[in-house]
Design a protein around this ligand. Structure first.
Ligand SMILES: *Cc1c(COP(=O)(O)O)cnc(C)c1O
Length: 412
């Protein structure tokens, strides 16, 4: 019987034996693993026997977390990484070669945008396109296009990609379709439902949820035919083709590049993931109410939240997502200073993080999107006054009261 997401996470470890019958899976900090015979060691090395050899390629604790992420994403397998960016980088660097072309949404996490510039420097062609409209992605495709990369809800302006349209396009053209699901999490949305080949999650954000561990994951939905992908090395073209892509991502991304998730962080992320559904329900509800309230304030010029009826992709979001997410942003009217507003907040914390149990806010143009300059900010729809709010799980009345007193202080 297929279980709900929260049940599946809570009972995942018991699908295998847990040491000593422990109810909670213990943490394994071992880096090296020894075997009784050299033959056994060789069998593990050659992938004939399950087991660990050296912690850079994973450990029992990160492996347990990977199984949970696979359950959450309904994936055939998952590789965990030390950060979300290590996961994103592993997808690009292990699957693309010089001369290949990747089409990416132009509404992109700032560091992913910067990483794509690094890719251009080593000979991968990159085109940024408006992913809210699949035909614009289609228009950007070339004969050497191998991959399309999108985020579900873009941070900070909350544009929602044409996830179904791009999925159909990638399916028809045989392209690797990579969906960064960080903003929605598998609780709100499973990219597999729209044909994603690979799903990336920053585990640092809502899946951990407590701001005390960095991590990332790449999950393979099983929908892509790796036997047709030219960049799989001969060493990984063995056995069931369903595992080839992830095998290459693990070997090159972890073993060769070393982007490994530590056991301590994997353990904390797995703990946080147990309450993902509860926290998302509360945070999304808070975000919905706060965005409606903000939209009615005289100092606010615009609120960007997919749950609002006026949002350009509101209907798409309602169709695809269980709720509208925990992130909103808003622009202030001319003459209202975003720094003054943020400094007047007493409860909401000024921080660049998101997906935390606590509500965090940041002046976007002056911080996380500062490096890219005014021209690209304009193209991404980021106004100088834009404030991003990652809504937490506080009691809603306290959040609204904090913004209320802050706006009142500005007016007075
Ligand atoms: C934060 C984030 C990442 C990177 O994750 P880290 O764990 O911070 O490296 C990637 N994509 C999106 C959409 C993010 O919000």
């Amino acid at each position: 019987m297929k279980k709900g997401l929260t049940t599946a996470i809570l009972h995942a470890d018991r699908q295998a034996e847990i040491e000593h019958g422990a109810v909670h899976k213990p943490m394994h900090t071992a880096v090296a693993f020894g075997y009784r015979t050299a033959r056994e060691l060789a069998a593990v090395f050659q992938g004939e026997k399950a087991g660990h050899v050296y912690g850079r390629q994973g450990n029992p604790t990160s492996q347990a977390l990977e199984a949970k992420v696979s359950l959450m994403e309904d994936a055939v397998g998952t590789v965990s990484f030390g950060t979300g960016m290590a996961a994103v980088a592993a997808v690009f660097l292990t699957l693309l070669k010089r001369g290949d072309h990747v089409v990416s949404s132009k509404y992109l996490f700032g560091n992913t945008n910067s990483l794509l510039q690094t890719l251009e420097g080593i000979g991968v062609e990159v085109t940024l396109a408006d992913a809210t409209d699949a035909p614009q992605i289609e228009a950007a495709l070339k004969p050497n296009t191998r991959m399309v990369f999108v985020e579900t809800i873009a941070n900070p302006r909350t544009q929602v990609a044409d996830l179904e349209g791009i999925g159909a396009l990638c399916g028809a053209r045989g392209l690797v379709y990579v969906v960064d699901n960080t903003m929605t999490t598998p609780y709100l949305f499973r990219p597999k439902a729209v044909g994603a080949s690979l799903v990336v999650n920053s585990l640092t954000k809502a899946i951990c949820g407590h701001g005390d561990a960095l991590g990332g994951a790449v999950s393979d939905t099983g929908l892509f035919d790796w036997s047709a992908y030219p960049n799989i090395a001969a060493a990984y073209r063995k056995g069931n083709a369903a595992g080839w892509g992830l095998q290459q991502i693990r070997k090159k991304g972890l073993r060769d590049m070393g982007g490994t998730l530590s056991a301590e962080h994997a353990h904390r992320i797995a703990r946080g993931a147990e309450t993902l559904g509860l926290r998302m329900d509360r945070a999304c509800d808070n975000a919905m109410r706060l965005s409606q309230w903000l939209a009615a304030q005289p100092q606010v010029a615009a609120v960007h939240y997919p749950g609002l009826a006026g949002h350009a992709e509101h209907e798409r979001s309602a169709r695809l997502f269980k709720a509208f997410g925990a992130l909103l942003s808003f622009e202030l009217k001319d003459g209202v200073d975003c720094f003054a507003l943020l400094d007047a907040l007493e409860l909401v914390i000024k921080s660049s993080h998101l997906g935390d149990a606590r509500t965090l806010a940041i002046p976007v143009a002056h911080t996380i999107f500062w490096e890219m300059g005014p021209a690209q900010r304009k193209d991404m729809g980021i106004a100088d006054s834009l404030v991003r709010v990652s809504v937490g799980i506080e009691d809603y009345a306290d959040l609204q009261a904090d913004f209320e007193q802050a706006f009142a202080r500005l007016a007075g």
